[in-house]
Design a protein around this ligand. Structure first.
Ligand code: FES
Length: 329
C-alpha cells in the first residue's frame, strides 16, 4: 500500500512539473507534429464501444444459462470483445499516435534523458483532439472486459441462499417408491443388485430425490459411528448423485469371488468414482472428494421401505464449506 501511495505521489509531482508556467517558452518539439484525424478517433471510440458491448453480452449469456449452445455464445462474445479491443488499438497506433523510428548509439545515460523520454511520450499523443471521449471509451471497454473476466468466478460455488443446496424431499416416515410411484418392499431388494428409489409424492427430478439401494450381509456392514440401525435388514440407501460432478451412480460392482475380488462398490460411470456401501459410502477410488450421503432406512409393518430421517450430508457435487452443512427437509 505504501508503495502504491509513493507511485501516486511520483505521478502527481511529475504531472505538476509538466504544467507550463504562464509565459513559459515551449521547447522545440522532439516528435514531429501530426495532423489530427477526427474520423480515426471516432472509429476508435466505436470499436471500444463494440468491445464493451461484447463484454456485456458475455456477462448476459453467462447469467442466462438456459440459452441453448451457451458455451459457443460465450466464446463468440469474449472473442469479439478482445477482437474489437485489438482493432481499436491497431487503428489508434496507425492513425492517432505520431510514430517515428530513430536509431541511436547506445551510450551513457545523459542528464535530462528521462525528461526527454517523457516529452516524447506526451508529444506522441499530439494528434489527439477528443482525449476525454477516447479516455472514457477506453475506460468503459476495459471495465466491461474486466468484469467479463471476473464474472465466471461465480461458478466456483454458491455464496448466498445455500438452503436450496441442502434441502431434500426426504423426511422420517416417507416411503420409498419406484419410478412408477409404487412402494418398494424390503423383500424385493436382492443381494448383488442395484435398485433406484424415489421419495413418495415428491418431484423425482429434484437433486436430493433419487437414492440407490443395495442389500449386504449384516456382517459386511461397517457403518460410521452414529449410524447404527441405518440399514434395514441389510439394505442401505445412498444418494444416487455422485459427489464429484453430479452424474448418476449407475453401476454396482460386486465381487464374483469374494476371497480375492475387490469388495462391493457403487460406481459413477462418468469418471469412475467408486464408493463403498459397506462403510457408509466412503470414496475408494476416483476423483470424488466426499462420501455419498447415506439415507437411514426402516421397514414398516407392511414390509415397505421408509426413510428413517434425512441424508447424512448435502447431496450432489461438493462446494466450499459443504462438509459443515446439514440437510433439511
Ligand atoms: S461425476 Fe462421478 S466421477 Fe465424476
Amino acid at each position: 500500500m505504501r508503495r502504491l501511495w509513493r507511485w501516486i505521489l511520483v505521478a502527481f509531482v511529475w504531472r505538476a512539473a509538466r504544467e507550463e508556467e504562464p509565459g513559459e517558452e515551449r521547447p522545440p518539439r522532439i516528435v514531429p507534429d501530426g495532423a489530427p484525424s477526427p474520423r480515426a478517433e471516432l472509429v476508435v471510440v466505436a470499436l471500444l464501444g463494440l468491445a464493451a458491448l461484447s463484454a456485456v453480452a458475455f456477462i448476459a449469456v453467462y447469467a442466462f444459462d438456459r440459452i441453448p449452445d451457451q458455451t459457443q455464445y460465450l466464446g463468440i462474445a469474449l472473442g469479439c470483445a478482445f477482437g474489437f479491443l485489438a482493432a481499436a488499438l491497431i487503428v489508434a497506433a496507425h492513425h492517432l499516435v505520431v510514430t517515428e523510428e530513430l536509431e541511436e548509439e547506445y551510450g551513457r545515460p545523459h542528464p535530462g534523458e528521462a525528461d526527454r523520454v517523457a516529452r516524447v511520450v506526451t508529444e506522441s499523443g499530439g494528434r489527439l483532439r477528443r482525449r476525454r471521449l477516447l479516455a472514457g471509451a477506453a475506460g468503459v471497454a476495459t471495465t466491461a472486459i474486466g468484469l467479463a473476466a471476473i464474472v465466471p468466478a461465480a461458478s466456483l460455488g454458491p455464496i448466498y441462499n445455500l438452503g436450496r443446496f441442502t434441502r431434500t424431499p426426504w423426511r422420517r416416515g416417507r416411503r420409498l417408491v419406484d419410478q412408477n410411484g409404487r412402494p418398494i418392499r424390503a423383500a424385493e431388494i436382492h443381494p448383488a443388485e442395484l435398485f433406484t428409489a424415489y421419495p413418495e409424492h415428491a418431484d423425482p427430478e429434484q437433486l436430493g430425490a433419487p437414492v440407490v439401494l443395495v442389500k449386504l450381509e449384516p456382517d459386511q456392514l461397517h457403518l460410521p459411528p452414529g449410524r447404527k440401525g441405518w440399514a434395514a435388514d441389510g439394505i442401505v440407501a445412498y444418494s444416487k448423485i455422485c459427489t464429484h460432478a453430479g452424474c448418476a451412480i449407475g453401476l454396482y460392482r460386486t465381487p464374483l469371488f469374494p476371497p480375492v475380488d475387490k469388495p462391493p462398490g457403487l460406481v459413477c460411470p462418468c469418471h469412475y468414482s467408486t464408493f463403498d456401501p459397506e462403510t457408509g459410502g466412503t470414496v475408494v477410488y476416483g476423483p470424488a472428494g466426499r462420501a455419498l450421503p447415506q439415507l437411514p432406512l426402516t421397514i414398516d409393518g407392511s414390509g415397505n421401505l421408509r426413510a428413517a430421517g434425512n441424508f447424512s450430508g448435502p447431496v450432489g457435487p461438493s462446494w466450499w464449506g459443504v462438509r459443515n452443512r446439514r440437510v433439511s427437509s
